[in-house]
Design a protein around this ligand. Structure first.
Ligand code: ADP
Ligand code: MG
Length: 705
């Protein structure tokens, strides 16, 4: 009985969900792909079958630390384990081979590059393996975020290790595999009719809320949220160390039930001792809030975390999911908040460019390499790149096989395939962030969207019922209001328009049905979102190619319920309306936004997102004053002309949001210009002069008849 093995060897009372079926399949000798979240207990799913099958299991792992961890754990259970990796003495590796050949080992852990050592695969092939486990299998895929070229050649050695009858099953394990990565793993490893187990991603007790909030408004909203003791313990993820420190400070000054909130920052810049102290205090309940950069939470095993807040956009959905997953391990209801605005994109673009330097940098380093090993320092000194740029380029070259760095710090020329592989990975990273952006703007159930992202397509059809999309009325930060008469009328018109066609692009709908612009672009999108929530329409991301460029658009389709919609049907639409007053919405320090005529808002409502209208880096669209409207009109006219001249869509010249932000800010010089959301250096170079001219009063006077 499997349970007996589980209890007697591993000391666990019972299987966790999913584990038994996986073990069963592996014992029967089936190749399998297992995708379960971190901490779900994947290791057991190769360890137990290995013991049940008898003989030696080969475990391939990309990280020495992971290998050491698992080996130590198995050894403590009284099992016979050996490791072979570069951090160990040669004699240890030799002994491991001797033990392997004598058949006394139950587990042999190796790093993938070991298979390249001449004679090693042949040595392994002398005995029949019980099972081959490949941990962190996403590393094999170029579409995976931790792509490791050494994993890539695993597939070519496997047949040799699986010769004969009843070959060792290949068990591939990973926590993050989108459908394309899954397919890649199966293909690369040459898995035969593999069983695929993908589960455990849905978390029924996590209510996810995603809220658009300008950066400067976030600290106050977070402090007010966490002033409620029922929302603690909590982890807040900040984008930078500085932000983490500031937020922790602000929280420590916030009173909750007459006392200060016990909060601290946690990031990689702190002394190891301080970090240790923060972890321990949080674990023990002395600290109730930790404001962290991503470094925090790995070693945390705290079951009663009630809230996880992202004070900025995460870089990937994988990371995001792991971080919110730290809430509610005890199964009690917990809430997570993701705060974002257009300004987050700029931060990410910056990091992306830093972490993924241009191919030309890699090329420069590559050209300087030769068959003779050269010291890194010499190469760095001779390079035209800065030290930091050089190191980053070399790191990427090494990862993608264009350079080999030995332990003495000498570099030799590698293969030429790095360029393609690097380009694919850099693109992949950019796309990962786009997925985060789409997650924030989607009107699909948040949990369903995440579950689908992780490849559990079957489970993704069920809505969670508790996120801000499924249950707008239950949202804490986000505010919803009833649709206005104009909006209800437009909703009806949208349904009528869609009745006769397969779909319409969102942009086309707005142009056709609201030619005079009674609703702003944002408000029209808000209406579409509300219709999705009401089940009347469906929105699908789609793309087409034009002039060799991939363009994205949103397909709007009528649902069965929408088809039923007839003139006069009472519509109870809830429109997203910024954030609740108690968390800083609807009030502004200057009061300017409230006094300004809300021209763009057909409903006459005041934007709730205006608290930073005048601040640098303000991101949320704000109603403009009459003077600002005039500037916006100038900019629009110029944009139209410019777009025509360049033969590109208007938004390529300037995004609507950027245009509005420019009109609100009216920058006087390049520095101020660059502080406006959406104005990168490239745009500033190209259009800066023209924009500055249009924003200055002079140009206005000159242009006005
Ligand atoms: P993963 O590789 O999926 O991230 P691990 O295999 O490292 O997760 O397991 C996470 C933790 O869960 C480990 O501490 C492991 O001992 C524990 N665990 C695994 N299976 C069980 C089980 N059936 N019962 C109790 N604990 C388990
Ligand atoms: Mg693991």
């Amino acid at each position: 009985m499997l349970v007996e093995l589980l209890q007697s060897v591993f000391g666990f009372a019972q299987f966790r969900p999913g584990q038994e079926a996986v073990c069963q399949a592996a014992i029967e000798g089936r190749d399998l792909l297992l995708v379960m979240p971190t901490g779900a207990g994947k290791s057991l799913c190769y360890q137990l079958p290995a013991l049940a099958r008898g003989g030696t299991a080969l475990v391939i792992s990309p990280l020495i630390a992971l290998m050491d961890d698992q080996a130590a754990n198995l050894t403590s259970l009284g099992l016979k384990v050996a490791r072979i990796h570069s951090g160990l003495e040669r004699s240890v590796a030799r002994q491991a081979c001797v033990d392997y050949l004598q058949g006394t080992l139950q587990f042999l852990f190796i790093a993938p590059e070991r298979l390249r050592v001449p004679g090693f695969p042949e040595m392994l092939a002398k005995r029949k393996l019980a099972l081959i486990a490949i941990d962190e299998a996403h590393c094999i895929s170029q579409w995976g975020h931790d792509f490791r070229p050494d994993y890539r050649m695993l597939g070519q050695y496997l047949p040799e290790l699986r010769a004969g009858d009843d070959p060792a099953p290949v068990v591939a394990l990973t926590a993050t595999a989108t459908p394309s990565v899954q397919a890649d793993i199966v293909a690369q490893l040459g898995m035969v009719n593999p069983a695929q187990f993908i589960h455990g991603f849905r978390r029924d007790n996590l209510a996810i809320e995603v809220v658009e909030l300008a950066m400067p408004a976030r600290p106050a909203a977070i402090a007010r949220l966490l002033a409620d003791p029922a929302r603690r313990p909590a982890i807040v993820y900040a984008a930078s160390r500085k932000n983490a420190e500031r937020l922790a400070e602000e929280l420590s000054l916030t009173l909750s039930a007459g006392r200060r909130i016990p909060a601290a920052a946690y990031h990689a810049g702190l002394e190891a001792e301080t970090r240790e102290r923060v972890q321990t205090a949080f674990q023990a309940g002395e600290l109730e809030v930790v404001v962290a950069t991503i470094a925090f939470g790995m070693g945390i095993d705290k079951a009663d975390i009630r809230t996880v807040i992202h004070a900025g956009l995460p870089a990937t959905l994988e990371g995001y999911y792991q971080e919110i997953g730290r809430a509610g391990r005890d199964g009690a209801p917990s809430r997570t908040y993701l705060m974002h605005s257009y300004a987050d994109q700029r931060t990410h673009d910056f990091f992306l460019h830093r972490d993924y330097p241009p191919v030309s940098h890699l090329q420069q380093v590559f050209k300087a390499l030769g068959e003779e090993p050269q010291p890194v320092e010499d190469l760095r000194a001779a390079s035209k790149l800065s030290e930091e740029e050089f190191d980053r380029a070399l790191e990427k070259l090494e990862i993608h096989g264009g350079a080999r760095v030995d332990f003495g710090g000498n570099v030799t020329l590698g293969g030429t395939g790095w360029k393609n592989s690097y380009t694919i990975q850099a693109q992949f990273r950019a796309e990962q962030f786009e997925k985060v952006l789409r997650f924030t703007t989607s009107s699909e159930c948040r949990m369903a969207a995440l579950v689908r992202h992780f490849g559990d397509v079957a489970d993704a059809s069920r809505s969670c019922g508790i996120c801000d999309v499924c249950d707008p009325a239950g949202a804490v930060l986000r505010l919803f209001r009833r649709a206005t008469a104009v909006e209800r009328e437009l909703a009806q018109a949208i349904a009528d328009e869609l009745r006769g066609v397969d779909y319409r692009a969102a942009g086309t709908l707005q142009r056709n049905l609201d030619p005079v612009g009674r609703l702003s672009r944002n408000d029209f999108d808000g209406l579409l979102d509300a219709m999705v929530r009401a089940g009347l329409i469906e929105i699908q991301e789609a793309e087409y190619e034009k002039d060799g460029e991939v363009k994205r658009f949103r397909k709007v389709l009528l649902t069965a319920a929408g088809l039923e919609l007839r003139a006069g049907t009472p519509l109870n639409l809830l429109i997203g309306d910024g954030i609740a007053e108690e968390f800083g919405g609807r009030t502004t320090k200057s009061g300017r936004a409230e006094k300004a005529p809300a021209k763009n808002h057909g409903s006459g409502k005041l934007s709730a997102k205006t608290s930073s209208a005048g601040a640098a880096g303000a991101s949320a669209p704000a109603p403009l004053t009459a003077e600002q409207e005039a500037v916006a009109a100038r900019l629009k006219a110029w944009r139209a002309a410019e777009a025509k001249k360049l033969g590109v869509p208007a938004f390529v010249v300037l995004h609507d949001r950027t245009l509005t932000a420019l009109a609100a800010r009216q920058p006087k010089n390049t520095r101020e210009l660059l502080e406006v959301d959406g104005m990168g250096p490239a745009k500033a170079d190209k259009f800066g002069e023209a924009i500055l001219g249009l924003c200055s009063g002079e140009a206005l006077l000159a242009a006005e008849p």
